[in-house]
Design a protein around this ligand. Sequence first.
Ligand code: SAH
Length: 357
Amino acid sequence: MNEIKKSLRDLELGELTEILLEAGEQAFRAKQLYAWLHRKLAGSYAEMTNLGTALREKLSRSYSVALPEPVAVPESKLDGTKKFIFRLEDGHVIESVWMKYRHGNSVCISSQVGCRMGCRFCASTLDGLARSLSSGEMLAQIYQIQRLTRERVSNVVVMGSGEPLDNYPELTRFLRMISDENGLHISQRNITVSTCGLPSEIRQLASEGYAITLALSLHAPNDTVRQTLMPIARRYSLQEVLPAMEYYFEKTGRRVTFEYSVVQGVNDTEDEARELARLLGNWKRGGSCQCHVNLIPVNPIRERGWKRPERRSVEAFRQLLCRNGINATIRREMGSDISGACGQLRRDYLREETAER
Ligand code: SAH
């Protein structure tokens, strides 16, 4: 992998201002530069026409402003979902997804190249973690998608490859920058971060004062089943993770989401639905449920033998939760003709690329 320049897109406005002041420029130049990068979504210095060429040249010696290169963009014939395979400056390849909903366009971004959490049904983790993404690389997925589709992105979910809370400083910088009024200014209420459940980072995030939605990958009604699916469950029991989620709710007032990937013969029985309702019982407060369960029929990946349950049994699971006072929906499947499982497309791409060499 090549040596790469630091990206200007990783810097918050204050940091950018310091750099420009050091270079003998006035502070308003930093604001102009920030607007080029984060509002006008420039991908090259050439686009930044109101900045002097000498300044642009000087900056370009130390900093890159390149956006990731789209190397494949399959589009779903069913619902218009697009998947973007991007090549980063150091050659690593990541996957992002663009989904069109009635309430706006949503982008699912990756937070790391690969992942080291090892969840047994997830394609992103099969080769482990290559590296974490910088804040600018997380932003750039959204920027490049908005440029390419020419449509505004209104919702962001950090649910692609990687464990966002395993990349905490860059994630939080990303969250500040994507919601910054000098940038795309996406409302924090329209941003969801999904975690496998790292209790101390969940508590830390609760204290940041952000209004984002936090989703926990629960996937089981007890530790025993959870441990068969998620290695991280051996490190942190539900007794540590769930109170951290309650703390998040108390601190932020934001309802939390529990994701539950339903796997046939593993976590899909009616008894397990009842057990899950009991586990989440104390989220029923003041006559309403302060959490939401999102059921995801598992996307079987080639490398593992998991089976997706029948639609009927996922529906029965959902109804049992609802009857026990727990809000639950079945995740609508988007782009099923272009996906394979989460992270699977990127693997297919890498496999083809290797075969071509
Ligand atoms: N690291 C984060 C984001 C992972 S992806 C986390 O663990 O939450 C977002 C969600 O998709 C997670 O709940 C993850 O467990 C789930 N997921 C991953 N692969 C899946 C698959 N093949 N089928 C169904 N859900 C899957």
